[in-house]
Ligand binder design. Structure first.
Ligand SMILES: [Zn+2]
Length: 745
């Protein structure tokens, strides 16, 4: 590793120097006049010089010394330590306490009762030389948080990933899961979707296991010989049905100490519908081996050396899950550096601190990068620089059980946030590899500027160039798109940016590095440890420092810019793409409906099925009506025009060296236009009509979700009823951008 780095360092002066501009014309930075862009580049060079990888390593060693799950002594000790760091660097810092419903395991049992017997160990083996893996008496054993209590017995059925399409296939094979216990493998959706869909089909219990094909020996050597998942390793995690975010006992309200009107766990809508338990592939092997019935199709085969069957017959399991349902205090650290010119315009940076076990990768790898970023900002402040706008650094508690710490904080401060928050920058797990970013598309141009300015630590190229290259090799960039900006993924859920965007329409970005660290191989297990991280995650903390460079630039550019560095052309283009996808979805659904019904009439599925196996034909599909999207199309055209006009006006003003005095409040207000108080169907607290996590995906975003998800569910009236809502939102965004343009005149 070291010699490789040294070799690249020698040639790094080649292409990098050739791309550097002449000293008298510093490269432009979005939001800055030419003169101030030079100052900003000089400031960022000093910021970079202050970053020390040794800090990241030392803090990670400290923060992962004991398990630091919600409510544990080390969780609080870590928060106190982080608070003391921020105070020592001169931030105005404090802890904020919230009290949340957090279950911990009381009783766990899983046994095969027929045709043979086997009792699952439900434990992770200690590994020599890995302190975290040996702290079994301190850490929470494998469990799925927010499974309801239950003691269930039933026939066992393998349901692949446990999504709707899997149950459709089971139904065709004449297998239903009513009154049975399902075993699903992890992957392809938020884990909480698996018990949700299983319960919708009548199952009474849900086992989720890590198949070695997905993150074990099917991917590479397993821990401790490699980064991938070991046979006894279990992925913990919450299994809520996230119809709202945060504390299940306090929907839509901050869980302040002493709050009244809490829901009990039985009243809370987000608690999983059926008892759910995670297991290792070592424990899954005998269960899957006991299944009989038809062999599964090849796409359902995992990596275990056994014939995978659907089951649903004689193999029976007994499962007990019971938890201590306690109200538990959590502590967020909030550290502020107040802006000198516009103290009421806030840029917020955050990463969680709590983990399922020791969480070296998830979340401490990101947490230590944020701490080092904040320390380097304080070094600038000590040398006389001050931010024009306010910067706020946050360490979140209780992210793992369901974004409880960040959601409670945004709920407690939503009025100030609505007025003041310009951007929330999130990170979480970080490791070696390629830069990735999800986020609101109004910051896509700025973030690409940053990605072109920051060098990869292990190749003589920018992080933009490496991501671009990996996307070309992966087939995601072709032909005329090869030199496009990195396109931000739409923000869904799965980390602490969710409530900022989903509830309050605050622009967000979620950033990090991944892809070369066996990421996922120890996810939410006892092996996500310091020992694992310094061997496989990011041994030199080089990508941690690089994450600090990216996050720090986003913070500093928002804090220092002459005009807040939003650009709306990419935003409008992306929203128009979403509109086009929805129009196409109607046409595609109509065509698919016709084909499906024709094949049903011709008995195609039945004729292709093995006559010796059961076959149940699905019901014919109803017709797809027509939809009128002309108003939505007109609104997106208006948004496109407004966005182009703003971007031109902002660039022209900055090129003239004119600093518009009043643009910021109008700009901060733009993306609040994404909200509509109607919320989403069955999820009224999710008010963003552009970006939301999917009802059946959990993590992945659904864009223009009111229309899109209704179409996917063939709920035609609901889809039609959301067209005016989304149209009004897009129109409001155009009006708000026009109002911002007017302040530049
Ligand atoms: Zn995390």
């Amino acid at each position: 590793m070291i010699s490789l780095l040294a070799a690249f360092a020698l040639i790094a002066t080649g292409p990098a120097a050739a791309a550097a501009p002449a000293a008298d014309s510093p490269p432009a930075i979005i939001g800055f006049t030419a003169a101030h862009a030079g100052d900003e580049h000089a400031l960022e060079a000093r910021f970079d010089a202050a970053l020390k990888p040794g800090d990241l390593r030392a803090w990670m060693e400290r923060l992962t010394r004991h398990p630091h799950h919600v409510g544990s002594p080390w969780d609080k000790a870590n928060m106190d330590f982080i608070l003391s760091l921020y105070k020592s660097w001169g931030y105005d810092a404090h802890e904020e306490r919230f009290d949340v419903l957090f279950p911990t395991p009381k009783q766990r049992l899983l046994e095969l009762t027929a045709p043979t017997t086997f009792k699952a160990s439900l434990t992770e083996d200690p590994v020599a030389g890995d302190r975290s893996s040996q702290q079994q008496r301190e850490y929470l054993p494998p469990f799925n948080a927010y499974s309801p209590d239950g003691d269930v017995r039933g026939s066992l059925v393998y349901v692949n990933y446990g999504l709707q399409a899997d149950y459709d296939l089971l139904a065709q094979h004449g297998i239903d899961v009513r009154g049975k216990i399902v075993i699903a493998r992890y992957g392809h959706a938020w884990r909480g979707i698996k018990p949700k869909v299983a319960a919708e089909h009548g199952a009474i219990g849900c086992i989720i296991y890590s198949d070695p094909a997905n993150d074990g020996f099917g991917r590479g050597d397993t821990y401790p010989n490699g980064p991938w998942r070991a046979p006894s390793s279990v992925q913990r995690g919450a299994v809520t049905d996230d119809v709202y975010l945060g504390d299940p006992s306090m929907p839509g309200r901050a869980s302040l100490p002493g709050s009244t009107g809490r829901l009990t766990y039985k009243q809370a809508q987000t608690i999983a519908a059926i008892p759910t338990m995670p297991i290792s592939y070592r424990d899954a092997q005998p269960l899957l081996a006991a299944l009989r019935g038809a062999a599964v199709p090849s796409a359902w085969h995992g990596g275990l050396a056994l014939p995978y069957h659907f089951g649903g017959g004689a193999a029976r399991v007994h499962m007990i899950v019971k938890s201590n349902w306690r109200i538990t205090p959590i502590y967020d650290v909030i550290a502020r550096m107040t802006g000198t010119v516009e103290p009421n315009v806030w840029t917020i940076r955050g990463n969680h601190q709590d983990a399922w076990v020791s969480g070296a990768a998830d979340p401490i790898s990101g947490q230590v990068a944020v701490l080092e970023e904040a320390r380097a900002v304080s070094v600038l402040a000590k040398s006389g620089w001050r931010p024009k706008r306010t910067m706020i650094y946050c360490a979140w508690d209780a992210e793992e059980p369901g974004l409880l710490g960040s959601t409670a904080w945004t709920e407690a401060h939503h009025e100030e946030l609505a007025k003041n928050a310009a951007l929330y920058v999130n990170s979480d797990t970080n490791g070696r590899g390629f830069f990735f970013a999800d986020g609101t598309h109004s910051v896509e141009s700025m973030l690409n500027g940053i990605a072109k300015d920051v060098q990869d630590p292990e190749r003589p190229a920018s992080i933009y160039a490496r991501t671009r290259a990996s996307e070309i090799v992966g087939g995601d960039r072709t032909g005329e798109n090869e030199d496009d900006d990195i396109h931000l993924g739409a923000p869904g859920s799965g980390s602490d940016y969710a409530s900022f965007s989903d509830y309050y329409g605050i622009p967000v970005m979620d950033i990090g590095f991944a892809g070369e660290n066996g990421d996922g191989g120890v996810y939410h297990s006892a092996y996500d440890s310091f020992a694992w991280y310094v061997k496989y995650g990011d041994p030199a903390f080089a990508y941690g420092v690089t994450l600090a460079k990216v996050g720090g630039r986003a913070m500093l550019r928002f804090a220092n810019a002459d005009v807040l560095p939003y650009r709306y052309t990419a935003f409008a283009k992306t929203l128009d793409r979403y509109r086009g996808e929805i129009v196409k979805l109607v046409d595609d659904t109509r065509a698919l409906t016709a084909t499906t019904n024709r094949h049903l009439a011709q008995h195609v599925g039945e004729l292709a099925a093995d006559p010796h196996e059961p076959y149940v034909a699905p019901q014919p599909l109803g017709d797809v009506p027509t939809f009128d999207f002309t108003t939505l199309t007109a609104a997106t055209e208006r948004l496109t025009a407004a966005s182009a006009a703003y971007d031109m006006a902002a660039d022209a003003a900055l090129a003239r060296g004119v600093i518009p005095p009043a643009a910021d409040p109008a700009l901060v207000a733009v993306e609040r236009g994404e909200l509509d108080n109607r919320g989403l169907p069955r999820r009224p607290l999710y008010k963003n009509q552009i970006y939301e996590p999917g009802y059946y995906t959990g993590y992945d975003a659904k864009t223009m979700p009111g229309i899109r998800e209704a179409l996917e569910a063939r709920n035609w009236d609901e889809a039609r009823s959301y067209i005016p809502t989304v149209t009004a939102v897009v129109s409001s965004l155009a009006d708000r951008i026009n109002a911002a343009t007017a302040t530049l005149k």
